[in-house]
Design a protein around this ligand. Structure first.
Ligand code: ADP
Length: 183
């Protein structure tokens, strides 16, 4: 009984698990995130990135490409789910920490559809578009490695993809809602 109480207390103190959203540019991460933030106000937070510096003593693996472990912890301490919208390099960096996030990969339905969405978004020059498509191909292969992502969501129908994203996060969302109500 007492052990169970303590373990619940400690996990509550540690705050909700962060969420890593990764996936090719144009896969729909911002679109999905926007929906999530709209439906769940006051549940999610963002880490404040800073210029890269060397880790301070005792801050082993603390510096994850501009997102410090401390800034993620600061969001957790506010009882918010910290959202990390990061590339594959960032994912690898987070993997070396004890942040224990939920790793979600957002995948476009196909390379052709990704290209179309990127073109329609009209944010890319032809050169950056080609670069992004190449990077996307690499990421799609890496994302298939078992053990990197907890969930891979194909963003075909936006509503379906959003439903799957919610499913992946609902446990943490409920924890935050519950703690907010009881405090
Ligand atoms: P990311 O943040 O991953 O780079 P965006 O959210 O900007 O991607 O999405 C890229 C483009 O695709 C945007 O113009 C967006 O409106 C569109 N888009 C996103 N999801 C879908 C979807 N399920 N169906 C059709 N278009 C989508």
């Amino acid at each position: 009984m007492y052990t169970r109480y303590l373990s619940r207390l400690f996990s509550a103190m540690a705050g909700p698990r962060p969420v890593v959203l990764s996936g090719p540019s144009g896969a729909g991460k911002s679109t999905l995130l926007k929906k999530l933030l709209k439906e769940y106000e006051g549940i999610f937070g963002f880490s404040v990135s800073h210029t890269t510096r060397s880790p301070r003593p005792g801050e082993e693996n603390g510096n994850m490409y501009g997102t410090s472990k401390a800034s993620v912890q600061a969001v957790k301490d506010k009882n918010l789910i910290c959202v990390l919208d990061i590339d594959m390099q960032g994912v690898r960096a987070v993997k070396t920490t004890d942040l224990n996030p939920i790793y979600v990969f957002i995948q476009p339905p196909s390379m052709n559809i990704l290209e179309k969405r990127l073109r329609d978004r009209k944010t890319e020059s032809e050169e950056s578009l080609q670069k992004r498509l190449h990077a996307a191909q690499v990421d799609m292969v890496i994302s298939k490695d078992p053990g990197i992502f907890d969930v891979v969501i194909v963003n075909d129908s936006l509503d379906d993809a959003y439903g799957k994203l919610k499913d992946a996060l609902i446990e943490e969302i409920k924890k935050v809602q519950k703690t907010n109500l009881s405090s």
